[in-house]
Every structure is written in C-alpha cells, then in structure tokens.
Design a protein around this ligand. Structure first.
Ligand SMILES: Cc1cc2nc3c(=O)[nH]c(=O)nc-3n(C[C@H](O)[C@H](O)[C@H](O)COP(=O)(O)O)c2cc1C
Length: 245
C-alpha cells in the first residue's frame, strides 16, 4: 500500500486539537493542495476563508455549538462562489448570465468544486500528521455566517474545516460495506447488507472507547431525517441568487 492510500484509509475526524496555530507556510501548502483539485469547466467556483479573528471564531462557535470551531490550529470556511464571474461584466451581460448563475446545476457544480478542494486540503493536512474535522454545523444559522463573513451576491457558505495538531486518537469509524455503495451496471437493492451493517455498527457503538451508546446506522438516519433541520437554507440560497430555477 502506498503512503497516499495509507493516509486516506487512516482518516478519522479529529475534534480536539493542541493549542498550536498552523504556520503560515502550512496554510499556504494546504490552500495550494485544495486549489489543485479538478474543477468543473475550470470555474473554480469556491472561496476559502481562513478565520484568524478571535471574535469571529467565537461568533461561528456560537452558530455551530461545537468546541472544535473555537479550539483548533486553523479554521477554514469553504464557500460556493460565482461572485468573481460577474467582475467587469456589464449589467446587460449579467442579466444574460442569470439563468445559469441561478439554476440548480450551478449550485451543484459549486458545491462539488468546493468539496473536491476541501477534500484535497483534508488529505494534505492528514498527510502532514495534522487532524481535521468538517463542520456542516455552521449551517445551523447560514444567514448569520453570511453576515460574519460579509459574503456578497452569489457566494454562500458550504461548510467549515477545523485543522490542527491532534490532541486525541479516536478509533476509525466503520464504513458501509462495499456491497452497499458500489454496484456494477445498475443500482442494486441492498437491504440485507444494511441489516448486517446495523448489527456491526451497534457492536461498534457499544464497545468504542468514548461516547458509548446503543444505536444502529438505520436508527441514526431515521432520527436525522424525521426531524426537519436547517429549513431556512432554501430561502437563504434564493436570496443569494442560488438555486432559483
Ligand atoms: C460535509 C460534512 C459536514 C460535517 N459536519 C460536522 C460537524 O458540524 N461537526 C462534527 O463534529 N463533525 C462533522 N462532520 C464529520 C462527520 O460526522 C464524520 O466525518 C462522520 O461521522 C464519519 O466519521 P469519521 O470522519 O471520523 O470517519 C462532517 C462531515 C462532513 C463530510
């Protein structure tokens, strides 16, 4: 196994970091790695905002509720971004661009571009012995995050990434069996595979070193989908010019 695969297969989210800010050079390398990810039609439809202002970090922590938003080596926020596409463009041309800027396809491409860049950043960080955790919880109040970051039209926060020197070493979290995520030629029913996975995951939750509980993956998903969450995101995206048609 080569060292890249080893790094990828060794991933676990890190939520506790030592009090060591990332060096400027490290941040530069991580952004360089992020930027080298493939990007739909060369659009590079994302921005990455690093938070160095303690007050802003505190405000973002308040939105997320997760301590690793406050305590980390560096906090990155990945945003979907088409704002720069409108630089130097006449009002008339901007009007012509609107159908594309506002459709679901382009929200998808920006989210994909942002996620690919982020995952490059994540793997680069992990390859340096750093730990990381994604932060979708910043969308608990997406409008507040927009305000904190002073985001213009056609820019929306997607998620954060906390990076730093790990202060914990959690177990790897089991993934779905390949039979549940990889099919050949057409979609395959895999209810039996999920049932077996639930047995495995309940053993994992009952025996792991911290936060032990009785749970299965399907129960977790039922809880997650039964309770409406972040129902304000659609309206927010429309306001920013995204996903309107
Ligand atoms: C887009 C995205 C958003 C996430 N948001 C959070 C978050 O807000 N807080 C958190 O502690 N973990 C967050 N996670 C981490 C997941 O909970 C974690 O990746 C998953 O449970 C699998 O665990 P592992 O990464 O340790 O293997 C997020 C992951 C992704 C991909």
């Amino acid at each position: 196994m080569n060292s890249t695969i080893e790094t990828i297969l060794n991933h676990r989210s890190i939520r506790s970091f030592e009090e060591k800010p990332l060096e400027k050079e490290t941040i530069h390398t991580l952004i360089e790695a992020a930027q080298q990810a493939s990007t739909s039609s060369y659009m590079m439809a994302y921005s990455i905002i690093g938070i160095t202002d303690r007050k802003k970090k505190e405000q973002l922590h308040e939105v997320s509720g997760h301590p690793h938003v406050l305590n980390n080596g560096h906090l990155f926020i990945i945003c979907a971004d088409y704002h720069r596409m409108t630089y130097g463009v006449s009002e008339e041309a901007k009007e012509d661009m609107k159908a594309n800027l506002e459709n679901s396809e382009h929200l998808m491409t920006a989210a994909i571009d942002g996620a690919l860049a982020a995952q490059n950043l994540a793997i680069a960080a992990e390859s340096m012995g750093l730990g990381m955790c994604y932060l979708g919880s910043l969308r608990n109040d997406i409008s507040k995050v927009d305000e904190i970051l002073n985001l213009p039209e056609y820019v929306s926060p997607l998620f954060g990434i906390a990076v730093g020197v790990p202060a914990e070493n959690p177990e790897k979290k089991p993934r779905l069996p390949q039979k549940a995520v990889y099919f050949e030629n057409e979609y395959q029913d895999h209810e039996e595979v999920i049932r077996a996975f639930n047995d495995k995951i309940s053993d994992y939750y009952a025996s792991r070193s911290s936060n032990r509980r009785t749970d299965t993956w399907s129960d977790q998903m039922l809880r997650r989908f039964r309770k409406p969450i972040r129902m304000d995101v659609t309206e927010y995206l429309h306001k920013k010019g995204f996903n309107k048609r």
